[in-house]
Design a protein around this ligand. Structure first.
Ligand code: ACO
Length: 356
Protein backbone atom coordinates (compact mmCIF):
# COMPACT_ATOMS: atom_id res chain seq x y z
CA UNK A 1 0.00 0.00 0.00
CA UNK A 2 1.02 3.61 -0.46
CA UNK A 3 3.93 5.14 1.43
CA UNK A 4 2.68 8.55 0.20
CA UNK A 5 5.59 8.64 -2.31
CA UNK A 6 5.70 11.95 -4.21
CA UNK A 7 2.73 13.40 -2.29
CA UNK A 8 3.38 17.03 -1.30
CA UNK A 9 1.83 17.43 2.15
CA UNK A 10 3.37 20.75 3.27
CA UNK A 11 5.05 23.89 2.00
CA UNK A 12 8.14 24.71 4.00
CA UNK A 13 10.84 27.38 4.22
CA UNK A 14 13.05 25.00 6.22
CA UNK A 15 14.79 22.45 4.02
CA UNK A 16 14.81 20.96 0.55
CA UNK A 17 15.87 17.41 -0.25
CA UNK A 18 16.87 17.03 -3.91
CA UNK A 19 16.94 13.28 -4.33
CA UNK A 20 18.01 13.25 -7.97
CA UNK A 21 21.11 15.37 -7.42
CA UNK A 22 21.95 14.35 -3.84
CA UNK A 23 21.58 17.87 -2.48
CA UNK A 24 20.24 19.01 0.90
CA UNK A 25 19.52 22.71 1.41
CA UNK A 26 18.71 23.98 4.92
CA UNK A 27 17.26 27.52 5.11
CA UNK A 28 19.00 28.51 1.89
CA UNK A 29 22.40 26.92 2.63
CA UNK A 30 23.74 23.69 1.13
CA UNK A 31 24.64 21.13 3.79
CA UNK A 32 28.31 21.25 2.78
CA UNK A 33 28.28 25.02 3.46
CA UNK A 34 26.90 24.47 6.97
CA UNK A 35 28.61 21.31 8.28
CA UNK A 36 31.93 22.29 9.82
CA UNK A 37 31.43 26.05 9.48
CA UNK A 38 28.28 26.75 11.53
CA UNK A 39 27.66 25.45 15.06
CA UNK A 40 24.50 23.57 15.97
CA UNK A 41 23.27 26.65 17.83
CA UNK A 42 23.74 28.77 14.68
CA UNK A 43 21.77 26.27 12.61
CA UNK A 44 19.07 26.15 15.30
CA UNK A 45 18.79 29.92 14.97
CA UNK A 46 18.36 29.56 11.21
CA UNK A 47 15.74 26.86 11.52
CA UNK A 48 13.78 27.89 14.58
CA UNK A 49 14.68 31.57 14.97
CA UNK A 50 10.99 32.47 15.13
CA UNK A 51 10.37 30.37 18.20
CA UNK A 52 13.79 30.33 19.95
CA UNK A 53 15.57 33.40 21.39
CA UNK A 54 17.76 35.22 18.87
CA UNK A 55 21.47 36.07 18.87
CA UNK A 56 23.79 35.42 21.82
CA UNK A 57 20.76 34.85 24.09
CA UNK A 58 20.17 31.51 22.37
CA UNK A 59 23.44 29.95 23.60
CA UNK A 60 22.96 31.31 27.14
CA UNK A 61 19.33 30.30 27.45
CA UNK A 62 19.96 26.88 25.89
CA UNK A 63 22.64 26.30 28.54
CA UNK A 64 20.14 27.24 31.25
CA UNK A 65 17.54 24.94 29.65
CA UNK A 66 20.03 22.05 29.88
CA UNK A 67 20.24 22.72 33.62
CA UNK A 68 16.43 22.70 33.83
CA UNK A 69 16.33 19.43 31.92
CA UNK A 70 18.91 17.92 34.28
CA UNK A 71 16.48 18.40 37.18
CA UNK A 72 14.29 15.81 35.43
CA UNK A 73 17.08 13.21 35.65
CA UNK A 74 16.06 12.82 39.32
CA UNK A 75 13.02 10.92 37.97
CA UNK A 76 15.24 8.33 36.34
CA UNK A 77 14.19 5.23 38.32
CA UNK A 78 14.78 1.49 37.93
CA UNK A 79 11.72 1.11 35.68
CA UNK A 80 13.15 3.64 33.21
CA UNK A 81 16.65 2.17 33.47
CA UNK A 82 15.23 -1.21 32.44
CA UNK A 83 14.16 0.32 29.10
CA UNK A 84 16.38 0.93 26.07
CA UNK A 85 17.93 4.41 25.97
CA UNK A 86 15.46 5.51 23.26
CA UNK A 87 12.52 4.26 25.33
CA UNK A 88 13.97 5.89 28.45
CA UNK A 89 14.36 9.16 26.53
CA UNK A 90 10.74 8.90 25.43
CA UNK A 91 9.63 8.33 29.06
CA UNK A 92 11.59 11.33 30.40
CA UNK A 93 10.50 13.62 27.56
CA UNK A 94 6.85 12.66 28.18
CA UNK A 95 7.07 14.31 31.61
CA UNK A 96 7.79 17.74 30.11
CA UNK A 97 4.92 20.25 29.95
CA UNK A 98 3.28 21.13 26.64
CA UNK A 99 3.33 24.64 25.21
CA UNK A 100 3.96 26.60 22.01
CA UNK A 101 6.41 29.14 23.48
CA UNK A 102 10.18 29.74 23.59
CA UNK A 103 10.68 28.14 27.03
CA UNK A 104 9.00 24.92 25.94
CA UNK A 105 11.06 24.91 22.73
CA UNK A 106 14.36 25.50 24.58
CA UNK A 107 13.61 22.73 27.07
CA UNK A 108 12.79 20.34 24.23
CA UNK A 109 16.09 21.11 22.44
CA UNK A 110 17.99 20.69 25.71
CA UNK A 111 16.24 17.51 26.86
CA UNK A 112 17.69 14.82 24.54
CA UNK A 113 21.20 16.31 24.85
CA UNK A 114 20.93 15.92 28.65
CA UNK A 115 18.83 12.77 28.95
CA UNK A 116 20.80 10.59 26.51
CA UNK A 117 24.20 10.94 28.30
CA UNK A 118 22.46 10.58 31.70
CA UNK A 119 20.68 7.41 30.58
CA UNK A 120 23.86 6.00 29.03
CA UNK A 121 25.87 6.60 32.21
CA UNK A 122 23.20 5.41 34.64
CA UNK A 123 22.63 2.24 32.61
CA UNK A 124 26.39 1.62 32.80
CA UNK A 125 26.26 1.99 36.61
CA UNK A 126 27.81 5.48 36.63
CA UNK A 127 26.45 8.72 38.10
CA UNK A 128 24.83 11.22 35.74
CA UNK A 129 26.88 14.40 35.20
CA UNK A 130 25.31 17.85 35.40
CA UNK A 131 25.55 20.14 32.37
CA UNK A 132 27.84 23.16 32.21
CA UNK A 133 25.69 25.95 30.75
CA UNK A 134 28.80 27.88 29.68
CA UNK A 135 29.77 25.20 27.14
CA UNK A 136 28.47 24.86 23.59
CA UNK A 137 25.71 22.31 23.11
CA UNK A 138 27.89 19.60 21.49
CA UNK A 139 30.77 20.08 23.94
CA UNK A 140 28.43 19.85 26.92
CA UNK A 141 26.73 16.74 25.58
CA UNK A 142 30.11 14.99 25.27
CA UNK A 143 31.27 16.23 28.70
CA UNK A 144 28.06 14.83 30.24
CA UNK A 145 28.72 11.50 28.50
CA UNK A 146 32.42 11.15 29.25
CA UNK A 147 32.76 12.86 32.62
CA UNK A 148 35.76 14.82 31.31
CA UNK A 149 36.45 17.55 28.78
CA UNK A 150 36.20 16.17 25.22
CA UNK A 151 38.91 16.90 22.63
CA UNK A 152 38.44 19.71 20.11
CA UNK A 153 38.17 17.14 17.31
CA UNK A 154 35.44 15.26 19.17
CA UNK A 155 33.42 18.44 19.76
CA UNK A 156 33.74 19.41 16.09
CA UNK A 157 32.65 15.93 15.01
CA UNK A 158 29.51 15.95 17.19
CA UNK A 159 28.69 19.51 16.15
CA UNK A 160 28.92 18.45 12.48
CA UNK A 161 26.70 15.46 13.23
CA UNK A 162 24.00 17.55 14.97
CA UNK A 163 24.03 20.08 12.11
CA UNK A 164 23.94 17.32 9.48
CA UNK A 165 20.80 15.67 10.88
CA UNK A 166 19.07 18.89 12.01
CA UNK A 167 16.43 18.88 9.28
CA UNK A 168 15.54 16.81 6.23
CA UNK A 169 12.29 17.74 4.50
CA UNK A 170 9.15 15.83 5.32
CA UNK A 171 10.74 12.64 6.66
CA UNK A 172 8.53 10.27 8.70
CA UNK A 173 9.31 11.78 12.12
CA UNK A 174 8.93 15.38 10.93
CA UNK A 175 5.61 14.52 9.28
CA UNK A 176 4.48 12.97 12.58
CA UNK A 177 5.49 16.18 14.40
CA UNK A 178 3.55 18.31 11.91
CA UNK A 179 0.41 16.15 12.19
CA UNK A 180 0.38 16.47 15.99
CA UNK A 181 1.31 20.18 15.93
CA UNK A 182 -1.58 20.78 13.52
CA UNK A 183 -4.04 19.67 16.23
CA UNK A 184 -2.56 22.41 18.49
CA UNK A 185 -1.59 19.74 21.08
CA UNK A 186 1.67 21.59 21.79
CA UNK A 187 5.35 21.19 20.93
CA UNK A 188 6.12 18.48 23.50
CA UNK A 189 3.38 16.23 22.12
CA UNK A 190 4.63 16.92 18.58
CA UNK A 191 8.23 16.05 19.52
CA UNK A 192 7.11 12.88 21.32
CA UNK A 193 5.23 11.72 18.22
CA UNK A 194 8.33 12.42 16.15
CA UNK A 195 10.55 10.50 18.56
CA UNK A 196 8.25 7.49 18.26
CA UNK A 197 8.54 7.59 14.47
CA UNK A 198 12.30 8.09 14.58
CA UNK A 199 12.82 4.95 16.68
CA UNK A 200 12.01 2.47 13.91
CA UNK A 201 14.85 0.73 12.04
CA UNK A 202 13.57 2.02 8.69
CA UNK A 203 14.20 5.57 9.96
CA UNK A 204 16.45 6.63 12.87
CA UNK A 205 16.82 3.19 14.43
CA UNK A 206 19.21 1.96 11.74
CA UNK A 207 22.70 2.99 13.00
CA UNK A 208 22.83 0.55 15.94
CA UNK A 209 22.10 -2.34 13.55
CA UNK A 210 24.84 -1.00 11.21
CA UNK A 211 27.37 -1.75 13.96
CA UNK A 212 25.71 -5.13 14.62
CA UNK A 213 26.31 -5.83 10.92
CA UNK A 214 29.99 -4.81 11.11
CA UNK A 215 30.43 -7.01 14.19
CA UNK A 216 28.77 -9.95 12.48
CA UNK A 217 30.96 -9.51 9.37
CA UNK A 218 34.02 -9.44 11.63
CA UNK A 219 36.83 -9.15 9.07
CA UNK A 220 37.04 -7.58 5.58
CA UNK A 221 37.56 -11.02 3.97
CA UNK A 222 34.14 -12.19 5.21
CA UNK A 223 32.23 -9.13 3.97
CA UNK A 224 31.12 -10.49 0.59
CA UNK A 225 29.89 -13.87 1.81
CA UNK A 226 28.11 -12.43 4.86
CA UNK A 227 26.33 -9.71 2.89
CA UNK A 228 25.42 -12.17 0.10
CA UNK A 229 23.86 -14.47 2.70
CA UNK A 230 21.81 -11.64 4.22
CA UNK A 231 20.45 -10.54 0.85
CA UNK A 232 19.69 -14.15 -0.12
CA UNK A 233 17.58 -14.41 3.05
CA UNK A 234 15.68 -11.29 1.98
CA UNK A 235 17.19 -9.11 4.71
CA UNK A 236 17.81 -5.38 4.18
CA UNK A 237 21.32 -4.03 4.61
CA UNK A 238 21.18 -1.30 7.24
CA UNK A 239 22.67 2.03 6.22
CA UNK A 240 21.78 1.66 2.53
CA UNK A 241 18.83 2.89 0.46
CA UNK A 242 16.60 5.91 0.81
CA UNK A 243 13.08 6.88 -0.19
CA UNK A 244 14.14 10.16 -1.83
CA UNK A 245 17.83 9.92 -2.74
CA UNK A 246 18.62 8.15 -5.97
CA UNK A 247 22.30 9.01 -5.57
CA UNK A 248 24.54 9.11 -2.53
CA UNK A 249 22.98 10.78 0.54
CA UNK A 250 24.91 14.09 0.94
CA UNK A 251 24.74 13.63 4.71
CA UNK A 252 26.83 10.47 4.35
CA UNK A 253 29.60 12.59 2.79
CA UNK A 254 29.38 15.26 5.51
CA UNK A 255 29.78 12.59 8.19
CA UNK A 256 32.52 10.77 6.30
CA UNK A 257 34.41 14.10 6.29
CA UNK A 258 33.95 14.41 10.06
CA UNK A 259 35.19 10.85 10.49
CA UNK A 260 38.28 11.55 8.41
CA UNK A 261 39.04 14.55 10.65
CA UNK A 262 38.56 12.44 13.77
CA UNK A 263 40.88 9.83 12.28
CA UNK A 264 43.52 12.48 11.59
CA UNK A 265 43.28 13.51 15.26
CA UNK A 266 43.93 9.87 16.25
CA UNK A 267 40.40 9.33 17.63
CA UNK A 268 39.37 6.51 15.24
CA UNK A 269 40.05 2.78 15.27
CA UNK A 270 41.83 2.19 11.93
CA UNK A 271 40.70 -1.47 11.70
CA UNK A 272 37.07 -0.43 12.15
CA UNK A 273 37.40 2.14 9.35
CA UNK A 274 39.00 -0.43 7.01
CA UNK A 275 36.24 -2.96 7.73
CA UNK A 276 33.54 -0.32 7.15
CA UNK A 277 35.11 0.73 3.82
CA UNK A 278 35.13 -2.86 2.56
CA UNK A 279 31.57 -3.54 3.79
CA UNK A 280 30.35 -0.36 2.09
CA UNK A 281 32.08 -1.24 -1.20
CA UNK A 282 30.82 -4.85 -1.22
CA UNK A 283 27.30 -3.87 -0.16
CA UNK A 284 26.99 -1.28 -2.93
CA UNK A 285 28.17 -3.80 -5.54
CA UNK A 286 25.74 -6.48 -4.30
CA UNK A 287 22.80 -4.04 -4.06
CA UNK A 288 23.49 -2.90 -7.63
CA UNK A 289 23.25 -6.55 -8.77
CA UNK A 290 20.11 -7.17 -6.70
CA UNK A 291 18.25 -4.03 -7.77
CA UNK A 292 19.79 -2.73 -11.02
CA UNK A 293 16.69 -0.59 -11.67
CA UNK A 294 16.71 1.11 -8.26
CA UNK A 295 19.78 3.07 -7.21
CA UNK A 296 20.50 1.95 -3.64
CA UNK A 297 23.35 3.95 -2.16
CA UNK A 298 24.88 4.65 1.26
CA UNK A 299 22.62 6.65 3.57
CA UNK A 300 23.35 8.87 6.58
CA UNK A 301 23.02 6.04 9.08
CA UNK A 302 26.06 4.10 7.85
CA UNK A 303 28.53 6.83 8.84
CA UNK A 304 26.43 7.91 11.82
CA UNK A 305 27.13 4.50 13.34
CA UNK A 306 30.90 4.85 12.92
CA UNK A 307 30.99 8.46 14.09
CA UNK A 308 28.88 8.00 17.22
CA UNK A 309 30.80 4.84 18.13
CA UNK A 310 34.10 6.73 17.82
CA UNK A 311 32.71 9.48 20.05
CA UNK A 312 32.01 6.93 22.79
CA UNK A 313 28.20 6.70 22.63
CA UNK A 314 26.87 3.18 23.26
CA UNK A 315 24.98 1.92 20.20
CA UNK A 316 21.73 1.89 22.17
CA UNK A 317 22.10 5.69 22.40
CA UNK A 318 22.45 6.40 18.67
CA UNK A 319 18.75 7.09 18.00
CA UNK A 320 18.67 9.45 20.99
CA UNK A 321 21.69 11.38 19.67
CA UNK A 322 19.90 11.60 16.31
CA UNK A 323 16.91 13.05 18.20
CA UNK A 324 19.22 15.60 19.88
CA UNK A 325 20.01 16.98 16.41
CA UNK A 326 16.65 16.50 14.66
CA UNK A 327 14.68 18.09 17.52
CA UNK A 328 15.59 21.50 16.05
CA UNK A 329 13.93 20.55 12.76
CA UNK A 330 10.90 19.02 14.49
CA UNK A 331 10.31 22.23 16.45
CA UNK A 332 10.80 24.44 13.41
CA UNK A 333 8.28 22.36 11.44
CA UNK A 334 5.83 22.29 14.37
CA UNK A 335 6.06 26.08 14.58
CA UNK A 336 5.68 26.48 10.81
CA UNK A 337 2.63 24.19 10.86
CA UNK A 338 1.00 26.13 13.71
CA UNK A 339 1.80 29.50 12.12
CA UNK A 340 0.76 28.75 8.53
CA UNK A 341 -1.02 25.41 8.35
CA UNK A 342 -4.39 23.87 9.00
CA UNK A 343 -5.39 20.66 10.77
CA UNK A 344 -3.83 17.78 8.82
CA UNK A 345 -6.64 15.36 8.13
CA UNK A 346 -6.29 13.20 4.99
CA UNK A 347 -8.84 10.64 3.84
CA UNK A 348 -8.72 6.88 3.47
CA UNK A 349 -10.54 4.74 0.91
CA UNK A 350 -12.73 2.09 2.54
CA UNK A 351 -12.08 -1.35 1.03
CA UNK A 352 -13.71 -3.45 3.81
CA UNK A 353 -16.92 -5.46 3.70
CA UNK A 354 -20.09 -3.61 2.69
CA UNK A 355 -22.72 -3.02 5.35
CA UNK A 356 -26.09 -4.71 4.84
N1 ACO B 1 18.93 -3.57 1.53
C1 ACO B 1 18.36 -4.46 0.68
N2 ACO B 1 17.33 -4.16 -0.12
C2 ACO B 1 16.82 -2.93 -0.04
C3 ACO B 1 17.37 -1.96 0.82
C4 ACO B 1 18.45 -2.31 1.63
N3 ACO B 1 19.01 -1.46 2.48
N4 ACO B 1 16.66 -0.81 0.69
C5 ACO B 1 15.70 -1.05 -0.22
N5 ACO B 1 15.81 -2.33 -0.66
C6 ACO B 1 14.97 -2.98 -1.65
C7 ACO B 1 13.65 -3.45 -1.00
O1 ACO B 1 13.77 -4.75 -0.49
C8 ACO B 1 12.68 -3.35 -2.13
O2 ACO B 1 12.79 -4.50 -2.91
P1 ACO B 1 11.46 -5.20 -3.56
O3 ACO B 1 10.91 -4.16 -4.49
O4 ACO B 1 12.00 -6.41 -4.25
O5 ACO B 1 10.54 -5.49 -2.41
C9 ACO B 1 13.20 -2.16 -2.95
O6 ACO B 1 14.59 -2.02 -2.64
C10 ACO B 1 12.50 -0.87 -2.64
O7 ACO B 1 12.36 -0.78 -1.22
P2 ACO B 1 11.27 0.15 -0.51
O8 ACO B 1 11.10 -0.33 0.88
O9 ACO B 1 10.06 0.36 -1.37
O10 ACO B 1 12.02 1.51 -0.54
P3 ACO B 1 11.74 2.70 0.42
O11 ACO B 1 11.92 3.90 -0.37
O12 ACO B 1 10.47 2.60 1.14
O13 ACO B 1 12.91 2.40 1.45
C11 ACO B 1 14.33 2.58 3.27
C12 ACO B 1 13.70 3.33 2.07
C13 ACO B 1 13.23 2.21 4.25
C14 ACO B 1 15.33 3.53 3.94
C15 ACO B 1 15.06 1.29 2.77
O14 ACO B 1 16.04 1.62 1.79
C16 ACO B 1 15.67 0.50 3.91
O15 ACO B 1 14.95 -0.31 4.54
N6 ACO B 1 17.01 0.67 4.20
C17 ACO B 1 17.63 -0.01 5.32
C18 ACO B 1 17.31 0.68 6.63
C19 ACO B 1 18.02 2.03 6.76
O16 ACO B 1 19.19 2.19 6.39
N7 ACO B 1 17.28 3.00 7.30
C20 ACO B 1 17.78 4.39 7.50
C21 ACO B 1 17.25 5.30 6.43
S1 ACO B 1 17.93 6.92 6.53
C22 ACO B 1 16.96 7.75 7.64
O17 ACO B 1 15.80 7.47 7.84
C23 ACO B 1 17.57 8.80 8.44
Amino acid sequence: MSGLDDVIAAETMLSEVDGANGRLVICGYRLDELAGSKSYEEVLALLAGEVLPRGAALKTRLGMARLRAFAEVAWLDEAILALSITEGLRALMARLPDGEDADTALLLVAAPAVFVPALARRKAGQAAIAPDPALGHAADMLAMLKGKAPSKAEVEALDIYLVTVSDHGLNASTFAARVVASTRAGYTSAVLAALGALKGPLHGGAPGPVLDMLDAVGTPERANSWLTGELARGERLMGFGHRIYRVRDPRADALKGALTRLGAAGDMDADRVKLAEVVEREALALLRLKKPDRALDTNVEFFTALLLEALGFPRDAFTGVFAAGRVGGWLAHAHEQVANGRLIRPQSRYVGPKAA
